[in-house]
Design a protein around this ligand. Structure first.
Ligand code: NDP
Length: 328
C-alpha cells in the first residue's frame, strides 16, 4: 500500500471546507489508492474550534477507507508539519465598512504567518493552493514569506473561473462541456480576469469560429464569468462554496496526477511569460505532468487581449504595492 500523504486545510470549519474535506477523504484529489492524513487549521476562537470538532465527527462517520488520520490545529506551525499538500482556504472576509487596504492588511498578516510556517515545517515539495481571497496576492505573500521553498510551489485558484467559462461556452454552443479544450483565463481571480477562448476547440473545431460573435464575447460572456460570484450570492444568499471546493479539487488533482496534455488554468508565479513581471501570481494556461505544471508558451496575443491582460495585471500590481510594506 502507498504511504499516506499529509494534506493541510485552513478555514476547515468554513463553508468551502465543508464541501472540500469529504471529497479529499474520498480520494477525489489524490486518487482512490492514496491514503491521506488531514491536518485541519482553524482560528483559535472557541466557536470555530468547536465547529471543527463537529466536522471531524462527520468525517469519522463516513468511515472513509482512505482517511487514515486527522488532527485539529489552531497554529500553522503544527498544522503544516511535514505536509505534502496545502489548501489555504481560510481568509479574512471583507467586513462592513472595511476598505480594500484593511482587507489586504488583515490577509497579509494571515498569509505571512502561514508562509513562514510552511517555510519552517512543510515538506520541501509541498504543493500550495490558495483559495482565500484576494487569492493571487495571498499566494504571493505566502510565497515571499517562504524563501527556502521553491516559488513554483505556490499557486492560486483560477480554476473556478475556468470552469465557469467552460460551462458558459458549452451552453452557448449547445455542445458537451467535456469536449472543450484549450481555454485560458488570464490574470487575477477577480472581476478583472480575462476568459479567452481564441484558442479553444470543441471536438476539434474552433470555438471562436463556431460562436462567431465578438459582441457576445465582450458584452455577455466576459462580464458573466467575471460577475458570477456576485450572481450566486444574490441568488443563494450565500457565496459559492461547493463549486469553489470542486474547483480546488480539480486544480490539485490535475497538478498532482497530470492533465494528459490538456490545458487548464492555474494562478502561478510568472517567470516573465507573456510580459507578466516575474513572481506575479497570474492565471496562465498550463499543462501538468509528473507533479509539475508548465506554462503554455508562444500563444499569439492580439490587441484586445493585451489590453485585458494588462488591465488585470495592473490590479495585481496595485494589490502587491498595497502589501509591500508588510513583507520584510
Ligand atoms: P468560505 O469557506 O465560504 O470562504 C473562504 C475563502 O474562500 C474566502 O476568503 C472567500 O473569499 C474565498 N473564495 C475564493 N473563491 C471563492 C468563491 N468562488 N466563492 C466563495 N468564496 C471564495 O468562508 P467561511 O467564512 O465559511 O469560512 C472561512 C473559515 O476560515 C472560517 O471558519 C474562519 O474561521 C476560517 N479562517 C481561518 C483562518 C486560519 O485557518 N488561519 C484564517 C481566517 C479565517 P470571499 O470572502 O471574497 O468570498
Amino acid at each position: 500500500a502507498k504511504a499516506p500523504m499529509r494534506v493541510a486545510v485552513t478555514g476547515a470549519a468554513g463553508q468551502i471546507g465543508y464541501s472540500l474535506l469529504f471529497r479529499i477523504a474520498n480520494g477525489d484529489v489524490l486518487g482512490k489508492d492514496q491514503p491521506v492524513i488531514l491536518q485541519l487549521l482553524e482560528i483559535p476562537d472557541e466557536k470555530a474550534q468547536k465547529a471543527l470538532q463537529g466536522v471531524m465527527m462527520e468525517l469519522e462517520d463516513c468511515a472513509f477507507p482512505l482517511l487514515v488520520g486527522m488532527t485539529a490545529h489552531s497554529d500553522p506551525m503544527t498544522a503544516f508539519k511535514d505536509i505534502d499538500i496545502a489548501f489555504l482556504v481560510g481568509a479574512r472576509p471583507r467586513g462592513p465598512g472595511m476598505e480594500r487596504k484593511d482587507l489586504l492588511a488583515a490577509n497579509a498578516q494571515i498569509f505571512t504567518a502561514q508562509g513562514k510556517a510552511l517555510n519552517a515545517v512543510a515538506k520541501r515539495t509541498v504543493k500550495v493552493l490558495v483559495v482565500g481571497n484576494p487569492a493571487n496576492t495571498n499566494a504571493y505573500i505566502a510565497m515571499k514569506s517562504a524563501p527556502d521553498l521553491p516559488a513554483k510551489n505556490f499557486t492560486a485558484m483560477l480554476r473556478l473561473d475556468h470552469n465557469r467559462a467552460l460551462s458558459q461556452l458549452a451552453a452557448k454552443m449547445g455542445k458537451p462541456v467535456g469536449d472543450i479544450e484549450k481555454l485560458v483565463v488570464w490574470g487575477n481571480h477577480s472581476p478583472t480576469m480575462y476568459p479567452d477562448h481564441r484558442f479553444a476547440t470543441v471536438g476539434g473545431e474552433s470555438v471562436k469560429a463556431l460562436i462567431n460573435d465578438p459582441v457576445w464575447n465582450k458584452e455577455v460572456h466576459i462580464p458573466t464569468v467575471g460577475k458570477r460570484g456576485a450572481a450566486i450570492i444574490e441568488a443563494r444568499g450565500l457565496s459559492s462554496a461547493a463549486s469553489a471546493a470542486n474547483a480546488a479539487i480539480d486544480h490539485m488533482h490535475d497538478w498532482v496526477l497530470g492533465t494528459n496534455g490538456k490545458w487548464v488554468t492555474m494562478g502561478v508565479p510568472s517567470n516573465g511569460e507573456y510580459g507578466i513581471p516575474k513572481d506575479v501570481i497570474y492565471g496562465f494556461p498550463v499543462t501538468c505532468e509528473n507533479g509539475e505544471y508548465k506554462i503554455v508558451e508562444g500563444l499569439e496575443i492580439d490587441e484586445f487581449s493585451r489590453e485585458r491582460m494588462d488591465h488585470t495585471l495592473n490590479e495585481l500590481l496595485e494589490e502587491q504595492a498595497g502589501v509591500k510594506h508588510l513583507l520584510s
